[in-house]
Design a protein around this ligand. Structure first.
Ligand code: ATP
Ligand code: MG
Length: 238
């Protein structure tokens, strides 16, 4: 078997509640998880168990209280996420880790088309041909995710919840990164768009990406999972 792309060993997360005299809230403990290229790990467990927290630890939005999170980018040197500098994290997020959060972080005044094209446009580094190719790819993603053309040149701030979610998916999946984190990407989508997202996930797995996802709809989770992990198993038993 190939080496894991992502490896979590003995990872714990406790939150310090400053408004409660520094009381500690233990959320995750002893997380051991390896994810290989071509795997789609679906995280299960009841609300509040720490599923989103686990993704945020991998994306380094949260800092682990203990343990190691190691990423092995293809053809590159291994990175210890818990020790990465802010500059290294910017690089990792640009090239290695995609993260579809539950909500789109809206960028004021930027059109939907450019919001989606940006991860590719960044790599175009001002080259006009590459820039146009990035915008063409963005048009294809918007079409595939059924965003009406009249919306393409408007900023997504006023879009519906499901429209914003689809912009978020397109923006974070357009660049084929090796690791993809998905936090309830189909939560506010209709049946047709949910079907499209399932296809996109299958395509990402087929190209050898490693995925870790949370799906409110257990039927969707069952369709995309190559392995299921219950986050309740990572709770302190005491
Ligand atoms: N920044 C934070 N500060 C304090 N507590 C937090 C923070 N983030 C998460 N928590 C707490 O950690 C626990 C796990 O939250 P998390 O969002 O990971 O749950 P979840 O399994 O994703 O739940 P859901 O299915 O409802 O999305 C919750 O009790 C939550 O209140
Ligand atoms: Mg969550």
């Amino acid at each position: 078997m190939t080496a894991p792309l992502l490896q979590m060993k003995g990872v714990a997360k406790r939150f310090t509640l400053h408004h409660q005299h520094g009381a500690e809230l233990p959320v995750l403990d002893q997380v051991d998880l390896s994810v290989h290229p071509g795997e789609c790990i679906v995280l299960d467990g009841p609300s509040g168990m720490g599923k989103s927290t686990l993704l945020k630890l991998i994306y380094a939005n949260y800092r682990a209280s203990a343990g190691r999170i190691t990423l092995q980018p293809p053809g590159g040197a291994a990175v210890e996420i818990t020790e990465a500098t802010p500059r290294m994290l910017v690089e990792l997020r640009r090239h290695t880790i995609g993260y579809v959060s539950q909500f789109l972080r809206v960028i004021p005044r930027v059109s939907a088309l450019d919001v989606v094209a940006e991860p590719l446009a960044e790599d175009a580094a001002g080259d006009a041909v590459a820039l146009e190719a990035a915008r063409e790819q963005a048009r294809q993603w918007l079409t595939r995710l059924r965003i009406p053309e009249r919306l393409w040149h408007l900023p997504p701030a006023t879009f519906s919840g499901g429209e914003q979610q689809r912009i978020n998916i397109a923006r974070n999946m357009i660049k084929p990164r090796p690791l993809l984190l998905l936090d309830e990407p189909t939560a506010s989508l209709d049946a047709a768009n949910t079907r499209t997202v399932i296809e996109l996930i299958h395509e990402a797995v087929a190209r050898g990406a490693a995925l870790v996802g949370i799906f409110h709809d257990t039927a969707v989770g069952a369709e995309v999972a190559t392995r299921r992990v219950n986050v309740a198993d990572f709770r302190r038993s005491a």
